[in-house]
Design a protein around this ligand. Structure first.
Ligand SMILES: [Zn+2]
Length: 173
């Protein structure tokens, strides 16, 4: 049986005790951009916040793509979140290859180079990645200046979050 078939079967049990959220809509307070890494799935515990308070936007890395920016704007402007946290981590799978190498490898192994160069958003340094993300989000004209944009790195060994300071030009306020 496939994992999805097992999940669909388990869902029938889940639905028996399921209670829909009151009001029929979410009321998130904070948008968190984090990696697709499954070790980061329990954000409620990692951050000590109720699940319902967190709009979770997940990409590999995480990469703050144009899509992620659009999701952050909807999270702030439509759904009502008032803070943005960019949550990176140590030991990310996206630091284990480069875009150029993966493009070359997949072009060769599949025999089809037509998708190349595909952007995989690989990176080397989570601190640098975090600083660039803060800059990208903070610079967007549709992200309100009233919304704090902060970045942290989750240490996979200790479970601790360490805040990364933004580049100097954004620290003066
Ligand atoms: Zn990762």
């Amino acid at each position: 049986m496939s994992i999805i078939d097992k999940a669909l079967e388990a869902n029938r049990q889940y639905a028996k005790t399921y209670k829909p959220a009151p009001g029929g809509r979410p009321y998130p307070k904070i948008a968190v951009v984090t990696c697709m890494d499954p070790r980061l799935s329990d954000l409620s515990a990692i951050l000590g916040l109720p699940e319902g308070d967190i709009d979770v936007i997940r990409t590999g890395g995480p990469a703050v793509t144009q899509d992620v920016l659009a999701e952050l704007i909807v999270s702030n402007r439509v759904l009502g979140t008032t803070e943005i946290l960019l949550l990176n981590h140590t030991g990310c799978g996206f630091t284990t290859f480069t875009d150029a190498d993966l493009n070359a490898k997949l072009s060769a192994s599949t025999g089809d180079a037509s998708p190349a160069p595909m952007r995989f958003f690989s990176f080397k340094d989570p601190d640098q990645n975090t600083r660039e993300q803060i800059d990208t989000v903070r610079s967007h004209p549709w992200i309100s200046k009233d919304v704090p944009v902060r970045g942290v790195v989750f240490d996979m060994e200790t479970g601790l979050l360490r805040e990364v300071k933004p580049v100097a030009k954004h620290t003066a306020a």
